[in-house]
Design a protein around this ligand. Structure first.
Ligand SMILES: Cc1ncc(COP(=O)(O)O)c(C=O)c1O
Length: 430
């Protein structure tokens, strides 16, 4: 019996030589790297881990019934469903843009729907803004530490970073001198309200100082307002964009681009964020968005619009109460359990507390020990630094654990830190 050789079998005999992908990737990929911390955080899937790591919304607070009602309404109506399931304009769903513009106006940002672009979460807004403004080597000014996802978005555009320590804006640091020798017109990225990872907010004086600096350096500012709606304590501060408009006279003269999102207030799975800024910038961002993904899912935009159009304030106040209660539990537990030498931020909103460990303790090593010995997870601070990291830092998020877990987890973590300090002493002395 003869056996015929098929073309597939012939092809299979040629030794497979996979392309040298690394040599073919663009230069910009040298700046796009996975973090080693991701590997450690994969362990979080194990069920007995008590986690302060995930900086994500509490799923118990998702307005699932509203979202379901929204999909039902939109899809049951033949007219609406035709629109909801079709291609659409890159700017976004007009009623949603109008709703956002009206809400921005209530907070001192006089604007209309032409000043709003709907993006796939605020993460996409950061990427599009990076693409629009950054030529390789341009400076991005950020806080020290700053949001890791922003660094990931900007890194692909190969910037040089300048990171500002806490209080640099009001402590008389000569930031202009730090810009010496750099390209003009930096891009500034800040999270003025309850920042990720620190939970810290900029005071009014710092916001004004940042706008002074932006004016002096002719800097474009990105205001990332991801957590702004989650204030549970203290007084609301004006947005950078509102302060900017108060100075410059109108949004068209402003230099601040405000990035908002429904990820923390409705659901991150809808992937709906927005940029609010001068039309001249929005128009260019629209072009970039077209080349990227055409537009955000219209059905999701229609559902989000329905979700925010009814009782949104009531929903927000439930979120604020829930996150506020967890934050207070965490802060009280830290006060009770942490050994001397450990300090932490006291957020008035958002989802994060930033812990500074005594010098010589390393957040990454602490995480390894904490997972092995205490089954408690958190995120080491290192990846949140654009320049030189402070290794003795960690981020705790209180959004997911229950009050009892927070209490238990902090007690275990504090015990480990105390033991680590003890075991560090002989090494330091030798
Ligand atoms: C400060 C900050 N900005 C932006 C984002 C991106 O959120 P999204 O793309 O879901 O709007 C996050 C997500 O965690 C964040 O913490």
């Amino acid at each position: 019996m003869t056996t015929a050789t098929s073309p597939a079998q012939t092809a299979a005999k040629i030794p497979a030589q996979s392309p040298d992908w690394a040599a073919r990737f663009s230069d910009r990929m040298s700046r796009v790297r996975a973090s080693e911390i991701r590997e450690l955080l994969k362990l979080l899937d194990q069920p007995d881990i008590l986690s302060f790591a995930g900086g994500i919304p509490d799923p118990g607070l998702f307005p699932a019934a509203r979202i379901q009602a929204g999909y039902d309404q939109v899809l049951a109506d033949p007219e609406l469903s035709r629109q909801a399931l079709q291609y659409s304009v890159s700017e976004g769903y007009l009623p949603l843009r109008t709703w956002i513009a009206e809400r921005m106006a209530l907070a001192g940002v006089d604007c209309d729907e032409h000043n709003i672009l709907i993006t796939a979460g605020s993460q996409q807004a950061l990427d599009l803004i990076g693409k629009l403004f950054l030529t390789a080597g341009d400076t991005v000014m950020v806080a020290r530490p700053t949001y890791l996802g922003a660094l990931q978005a900007f890194n692909a555009y190969e910037p040089a970073y300048l990171d500002l320590p806490e209080r640099a804006l009001t402590d008389g640091v000569d930031i202009q001198a730090l810009m010496a020798g750099r390209r003009p017109n930096p891009l500034g990225y800040f999270v003025p309200d309850f920042a990720n990872p620190t939970g810290i907010s900029l005071s009014l004086a710092e916001r004004e100082a940042l706008l002074d600096l932006a004016q002096d350096l002719d800097m474009t500012l990105i205001e990332d307002a991801a957590y702004r709606e989650l204030r549970f304590d203290g007084e609301v501060s004006p947005t950078l964009l509102a302060l900017d408009i108060a100075r410059s006279g109108s949004i068209e003269q402003a230099r601040t681009l405000f990035c908002g999102t429904f990820s923390k207030t409705i659901s991150p799975a809808l992937r709906i964020g927005w940029v609010c800024g001068p039309k001249a910038v929005i128009e260019k961002l629209v072009l970039l968005k077209q080349g990227c993904d055409l537009h955000v899912s219209t059905v999701n935009q229609m559902v989000a619009h329905r979700a925010v159009s009814e009782d949104y304030e009531q929903h927000l106040s439930a979120l604020r109460n829930a996150y506020g209660a967890k934050a207070h539990t965490l802060l009280a537990a830290l006060d009770r359990h942490m050994p001397p030498g450990v300090t932490w931020s006291r957020p008035q909103g958002g989802m994060f507390v930033w812990i500074t460990l005594p010098d010589g303790l390393d957040g990454k090593l602490l995480l390894e020990r904490s997972l092995a010995e205490e089954r408690v997870a958190f995120v080491p601070g290192e990846p949140f630094f654009a320049e030189v990291p402070a290794a003795n830092t960690i981020r705790l998020s209180y959004s997911l654990p229950t009050a009892a877990q927070i209490e238990d987890g902090v007690a275990r973590l504090a015990g480990l830190i105390a033991r680590s300090q003890g075991s560090r002493a002989p090494a330091a002395a030798s």
